[in-house]
Design a protein around this ligand. Structure first.
Ligand SMILES: Nc1ncnc2c1ncn2[C@@H]1O[C@H](COP(=O)(O)OP(=O)(O)OP(=O)(O)O)[C@@H](O)[C@H]1O
Ligand SMILES: [Mg+2]
Length: 207
């Protein structure tokens, strides 16, 4: 049986990933829109440990391993079955978030974090990753406008950290040129949506 198409959306906080992925999903048929931990009970439990603001003693490697563990469970319980059914899976953040945030910005090393993630996901890498590029100042400004959003531990990191996250993504773009496509995310929602749809539709057409 033909397997589906696995596409991930990446980028710094406030780049507009969640906004755009929802709009893209509405335009496609046979699509699963998901994000980690995605309501998968074991993955949700792991995520609660990661995001708990009381866990100030959390070691960066512990955090990276927990992300990889939650990722594995979500992949096996939700993503893989959908791909096996031939569906398009759109995932809001995936392995590149760990590489940019833990690997690069937190100095664990992109290679080291990639290694534990390869163990977690085996060969199930996305075929296409759309990277939403944004100045950290603009991304954070967008987030702060949205008052309904709960502030988590990672949001409290300083601007310098977010600059490093973006730098990390730029390194990944050079490293995975066949898989990753960059979109300038500073424009309007409509502009970004059209660019994204074009890339996604092209990918589906060549599959
Ligand atoms: N192109 C845009 N122009 C202006 N505001 C935007 C744009 N895209 C999204 N927003 C707004 O910016 C905020 C952040 O957007 P969104 O939640 O989609 O970002 P995100 O990349 O998913 O962030 P996070 O990494 O924190 O989940 C939201 O309030 C959203 O309505
Ligand atoms: Mg989001």
């Amino acid at each position: 049986m033909k397997s589906g198409t696995f596409i991930t959306f990446e980028g710094p906080d406030g780049a507009g990933k969640t906004t755009i992925i929802r709009l893209v999903a509405k335009q496609l048929k046979n699509v699963l829109l998901t994000r980690e931990p995605g309501g998968i009970e074991i993955a949700e439990q792991i995520r609660r440990v990661i995001l708990d603001r009381d866990n100030t003693a959390m070691d960066p490697r512990t955090e990276a391993l927990l992300y990889a563990a939650a990722r594995r469970q979500h992949l096996i319980e939700r993503v893989k079955p959908a791909l096996d059914e031939g569906r398009i899976v759109l995932c809001d953040r995936f392995v590149d978030s760990s590489l940019a945030y833990q690997g690069y910005a937190r100095n664990l090393g992109i290679d080291e974090v990639y290694m534990i993630n390869q163990f977690a996901i085996e060969q199930m890498m996305p075929e296409l990753t759309i990277y939403f590029d944004i100045e950290p100042e603009l991304g954070l400004k967008r987030i702060n406008k949205n008052k309904g959003r709960e502030i988590n531990r990672l949001d409290l990191e300083d601007l310098e950290f977010h600059r490093r996250v973006r730098e990390g993504y730029h390194i990944l773009l050079e490293r995975f040129p066949n898989r990753m496509v960059k979109i300038d995310a500073s424009g309007t929602v409509e502009e970004i949506l059209q660019k994204t749809l074009q890339i996604v539709v092209n990918k589906l057409a060549t599959n």
